[in-house]
Design a protein around this ligand. Sequence first.
Ligand code: DUC
Ligand code: ZN
Ligand code: ZN
Length: 472
Amino acid sequence: MKTLLKSARIITASDEFSGDILIDGERIKALGAGLEADGQTRTVDCTGKFITPGGVDVHTHFDLPMFGTVSSDDHYTGHKAAAFGGTTTVFDFISQDEPTLAESVQSWHAKADDKAAIDFGFHMNISHFDDAVAKEVPALRDMGINSLKVFTAYNGRLRLDDGDIFRVLRIARDNRLLVMVHAENGDVIDVLVKEALQSGHTSPEWHALTRPAAGAVESVFRVIQLAKQAQAPLYIVHMNTAGGVRLLREAREQGLPVMGETCPPYLFFTIEDLKKPDGAKWICSPPMRSLQDNQVIQKLLGEGVLQVMATDHCPFFYDGTKPILYEGNPVAIPGKELGKDDFTKIPNGLPGVGDRMLLMWNYGVRKHMITPQQFVAQHCTNPAKIFGIYPQKGALLPGADADLVIWDQDNPITYGVEVARHRTDYNLYEGWKLQDTISGVYLRGKLIVDNGQWMGAKGQGRFLHCDDPQVI
Ligand code: DUC
Ligand code: ZN
Ligand code: ZN
């Protein structure tokens, strides 16, 4: 089956032109002006529309157990929400919960494979490290995994000490794996949380006040120096402090192979949002920072200091005692209300996988924070390159998977929970106006979102075996 997308504005990470895209089966066959359809080709008129590659969101947490509940999107509902927002590839983090890494990988396949509605890859969390784990790490490559995540926070739960992070970095270097790091100061956080609770501070803003920006900046500095000593590349997840992103810039100027990711909420929200009566909606780790942090990150994103825009999608209901209707059925999953009397019990995480492309196009590109080419680079091409799935993903090139987003120019809508398809009861961007919207999404040549209609299916998503990570 062939499809010819005719007369679109085509946007890539390096270019922008008017033309056509010919899809043959699951792949892009040709791009250019004046492509002709033969008798078996379905032609779609894309006049007035623009096309980008399908989005690649390399930071999601579907079906993640936390604080006695679970993130409210699973590998089907989250994939579907992603697709409505123009994302056709996601990467989820495997918890190191089983006796071996191989068993942990298997447990994540068991959650994801039958539900997947878009294509997906995995990162492996390393939250306990010893000689046995060290021996197992290289085999992850045969399982299609090329990235490890380590933590400098969450003491006693996920954190590794600096020596173990250094060892992980060296093993990763020797096996062409990329280390991703969550950089906050776990020791300081523990002291501040204890003091806050002793003083009777239980409201949501104390989540942010007990996880200071300076601790994140110090930790970013430390992990960059650890990677330098290990002579290993490094990818810093969800960067959200001005100081941290400036350190990233400095490291890259020195030629160090360090890359950085941020997420839309860190551009648009601050600790002031946590002070609102419904402040728990904004609770995630690392937390919202200051207006100055927002502004510096926006500016440095535009200067190309950060390579990737991801989401850290990890939604919870705001009020998980009240069901919502999902695909016609009532669903209620315990959420943020679990911490109404104690900020340390509020599940950490935000919805966002479906928001990312729409928000960043309308409030990033249209507000001149980033160019259309930077948008495609940060949301599609760079993450695909870094995690070893380029040019199959993240590119509009002959031979690439036909993952495409058809955008409607000047088709204004008001965004919010009713528009976003996340399985939760709130959206951070409630009431925000979107000027350009998404009318069609193709996954490997199949139209899975068609003018607000879900045409996809559970189980159609494929696991991606990642090739070598790239430093960009
Ligand atoms: N931060 C969150 O807020 N949720 C899930 C994991 C993380 O790092
Ligand atoms: Zn993290
Ligand atoms: Zn995360």
